[in-house]
Write a protein that binds this ligand. Structure first.
Ligand code: BG6
Length: 306
């Protein structure tokens, strides 16, 4: 897409000087933010935060696969995909795309602001595709996604029911974090929560009362989670804290060896470099909105050197 075409269709606001629209990987347009707080790239495709590096960081905080596809009909592997309006496989339609359609649809940039501290907030919007409504979730909705690049990375996904009948949806900020070696990493904050273990057919596991260590394929939906999660990464000498509101579940995922090999857009040897800690409302914590109602879910990502 040429610059004038991008502005005509995807940009509906004026841009402060720290915000630029550029051509990213695969020719897909993205928003690039460079300010005193750091650097970020957000693709219109999926409103996908593909990179975030605070000024103080020695290395990127988000993980992005070197094998990621960048194509209009494929999700990006890494960064922060938005899963909406369902998570994982669709409940009844095996042909529906995994994790919903939001991550493979173009979002529109509707606002961009810079505050007096130099923090930049950009807001994207997604509404049903009038030309190709989803047969798998035929509801009237408006989703907005506010991303702030300040001392922390602040994310706010808001969903509104703009129709006349209630709907139920799942949502996830499927955040991939870069770690030195997942085998040396711990995740704290979920000690008191029971979880559904996707690796063993969603069996329910009682709270383990200990930080998470990674020793094999890990794919868990932690239930009733509201506490801050912290990734302790001795190899990169840093912690990454994820604070959240409006979210009742947390998914923790690492594919380990065999699953990584099975994914075409995930390098066979990349799995030790990442862990997903996902702020979400999924499974038994799917949300229902009546006509006119709105729900907001936020996550704040705070990287600190050790
Ligand atoms: C996680 C799920 O959130 O995403 C896993 O819990 C899934 O089950 C993973 O494998 C990746 O999904 P996808 O569709 O991006 O390959």
């Amino acid at each position: 897409m040429s610059q004038p075409d991008i502005f005509a269709t995807l940009v509906r606001t004026t841009l402060p000087s720290a915000v630029h629209v550029e051509t990213g990987a695969g020719g897909l347009p993205h928003v690039v933010i460079r300010n005193r707080h750091g650097y970020a790239e957000i693709y219109f495709h999926g409103a996908h935060v593909a990179a975030w590096r605070p000024s103080a960081a020695a290395a990127p905080v988000l993980w992005l696969s070197r094998e990621s596809l960048f194509a209009a009909n494929k999700p990006i592997r890494g960064g922060i995909p938005i899963c909406f309006p369902w998570f994982g496989a669709h409940a009844s339609e095996p042909t529906a795309p995994a994790h919903g359609f939001a991550r493979v649809r173009p979002w529109t940039l509707i606002d961009a602001q810079e505050d007096r501290d130099g923090a930049v907030t950009v807001t994207f919007e997604l509404t049903p595709d009038a030309a190709a409504p989803s047969p798998f979730w035929p509801h009237a909705f408006r989703a907005t996604y506010r991303v702030t690049i300040g001392a922390t990375l602040d994310l706010a996904l808001q969903v509104q029911n703009t129709g006349t009948t209630p709907f139920t949806f799942e949502e996830a900020l499927h955040s991939y974090f870069a770690v030195q070696n997942v085998r040396d990493v711990t995740v704290s904050g979920l000690e008191g929560a029971e979880y559904l273990n996707k690796v063993t057919a969603f069996s329910r596991v009682p709270p383990e009362n200990a930080p998470i260590h990674f020793t094999g394929e890990t794919d868990r939906i932690y239930l009733n989670t509201h506490a801050t999660c912290t990734i302790h990464d001795p190899g990169k000498r840093r912690t990454i804290a994820i604070r959240k509101t409006g979210s009742d579940t947390t998914v923790v995922w690492n594919p380990w060896i065999d699953k990584a090999k099975a994914m075409p857009d995930f390098g066979d040897t990349e799995w030790p470099e990442m862990v997903c800690v996902e702020t979400c409302n999924v499974n038994v914590h799917a949300r229902t909105l009546g006509p006119g109602e709105t729900h907001a879910m936020t996550a704040t990502i705070d990287m600190r050197p050790l």
